[in-house]
Design a protein around this ligand. Structure first.
Ligand code: MN3
Length: 198
């Protein structure tokens, strides 16, 4: 398959003041596009990955230790969903119905929040923090660089990009403030819930 850059599902200025139009212009138009372009070279038509789903490419590249494809296609997958995992007026203190029992079994939304932020803080250097489903249960995880939970046997349902390109314009080095704003004010919980069925 060939990979394409999806449009943002909202206007560039719709996540302000928590994420600026300038951040989204660079992050989506430059960074994500570069992963798409490089991904097409490494894993597009004419490669051993031709015809595979992006999820299967993530898993195969990781199990084959194909680091270049892990990075580029992993990042393409992560960013496709990252844009959807946010919305203007997101966050809040309630989650949709199908997520509720999973969050409750984990120990409640406050615990999910603090563990998610701690995972993002604890990822040294570039990477992601996650909510994922493993064996029917919610877990919090972190991964380096372009990796994601698919490569580690779990289903990602929420991810936050903690590469500096995601927050440095708006928050400089204050990664915790960015993570708090993401969780409290940006998360599109309906999209998170929709990932349970994938
Ligand atoms: Mn990014």
């Amino acid at each position: 398959m060939s990979f394409t850059l999806p449009d943002l599902p909202y206007a560039y200025d719709s996540l302000q003041p928590f994420m600026s139009a300038e951040t989204l212009e660079f992050h989506h138009d430059k960074h994500h596009k570069a992963y798409v372009d490089k991904g097409n070279e490494l894993a597009g038509d004419g490669t051993k990955y031709a015809g595979m789903s992006i999820e299967d490419i993530c898993k195969k590249a990781y199990s084959d230790s194909d680091q270049a494809v892990v990075n580029q296609i992993g990042q393409h997958y992560n960013h496709i969903h990252f844009w959807q995992w946010m919305k203007g007026g997101g966050g809040g203190t309630r989650v949709p119905g199908k997520l509720e029992p999973l969050v409750d079994a984990y120990g409640g939304l406050d615990k999910v929040r603090s563990d998610f932020i701690a995972a993002g803080m604890g990822q040294f250097g570039s990477g992601w923090c996650w909510l994922a489903i493993r064996d029917g249960k919610l877990e919090v995880a972190k991964t380096p660089n372009g990796e994601n939970p698919l490569m580690h046997g779990a289903q990602p349902i929420l991810g936050c990009d903690v590469w500096e390109h995601s927050y440095y314009i708006d928050y400089r080095n204050a990664r915790p403030k960015y993570l708090e704003a993401f969780f409290d004010s940006l998360v599109n919980w309906d999209y998170v819930e929709s990932r349970l069925d994938c």
